[in-house]
Ligand binder design. Structure first.
Ligand SMILES: [Zn+2]
Length: 310
């Protein structure tokens, strides 16, 4: 069986895996990033790869899932806000150290490809995968291929505008979906409500700790009016935006993943129901909305499979 390497570079850890060509995870290793500079990240990846190959065997090619803006398929990282990088030739640096072909892909594309090849949208040629974690992102698979777009940034679902001129988003623009429904922003919205003494429910639940989507769901269910407002707005914006995407793309499967949707099942079910109300009748008849099946491993598996020479 042919083996491949998958690598996931996050803001705090790197993980490496040996993956079988059918998408089975054979071994995984993790390294904590003490330093986020390119040299330290490359060294951590090389260490994790050395460790994982001892038990899993050698991978013939390496795919890296990376959160940041990439320059096409060149392996050049243009901007990576969570690592503070600009113009780092990550693919080239890793290729020198690992002595095999290395491809660098967007982390969401990698995760969507993992779900497509080995998870919730396996065998489905047209799939839309949405992740709501600290941010909001998506990837589109059409006719069995990932859609990249003219500048490689197709699927920026978190930055569709839901309130033109509205709340400032981390991307520098205003009124994006992510500004009302991403995990970081949900926490910020809850903190603002607590600071303004508008949410006794959240204040009692969190007791000075950072509010999470679990707190939001609990406080909203108990009728705290500020929590209900934040929760209902996130549901509405996510549900309507997702429903509209279903109408546009006509997917056979929508895959929902990410920490916010995983930990707030009430939110997730309301978003599903709203999206199905909003989408066109003909697209609704074709679509099934499923939960992501591979958890944190989808990106490792997808990055590895995307590195397979055509
Ligand atoms: Zn934005």
């Amino acid at each position: 069986v042919k083996k491949l390497l998958g690598v996931d570079v996050g803001g705090t850890n790197v993980r490496a895996a040996v993956v079988g060509e059918e998408g089975k995870l054979l071994a995984v290793a993790k390294r904590r990033l003490a330093d986020r500079g390119p040299d330290a990240v490359v060294a951590a990846v090389v260490q994790a790869v050395d460790e994982v190959e001892k038990s899993g065997g050698r991978g013939s090619a390496c795919g890296v899932g990376f959160a940041g803006q990439l320059d096409g398929e060149s392996g050049l990282v243009r901007v990576a806000p969570n690592l503070g990088w600009r113009d780092v030739p990550l693919g080239e640096l890793l290729q020198q150290r690992l002595a095999r072909p290395v491809s660098v892909v967007n982390d969401l594309s990698a995760a969507a490809w993992g779900e497509h090849r080995a998870g919730a949208s396996k065998g489905v040629n047209d799939a839309f995968t949405v992740f709501v974690g600290s941010g909001v992102g998506s990837a589109i698979i059409a006719n069995g291929s990932l859609v990249h777009g003219a500048r490689g940034v197709a699927g920026e679902f978190g930055h569709v505008k839901v309130v033109p001129g509205g709340r400032l988003c981390g991307c520098g623009e205003q009124g994006c979906l992510e500004a009302y429904a991403g995990g970081h922003n949900l926490t910020a919205l809850m903190e603002e409500a607590i600071a303004a003494k508008r949410s006794p429910g959240l204040e009692a639940l969190t007791q000075g700790t950072a509010p999470t989507p679990v707190h939001l769901e609990e406080a909203a269910a108990a009728g705290d009016s500020a929590a209900v407002e934040i929760f209902d707005r996130a549901v509405e914006f996510l549900g309507v935006s997702l429903g509209n995407q279903i109408t546009v793309l006509n997917p056979g499967v929508v895959v929902l993943g990410g920490g916010v949707l995983a930990h707030a099942p009430g939110l997730r079910e309301r978003v599903k129901a709203r999206a199905l109300e909003i989408c066109s009748r003909t697209s609704r008849a074709a679509v099934t909305i499923r939960d992501a099946a591979l958890g944190d491993d989808s990106g490792l598996i997808g990055a590895a499979l995307l590195s397979m020479p055509a």
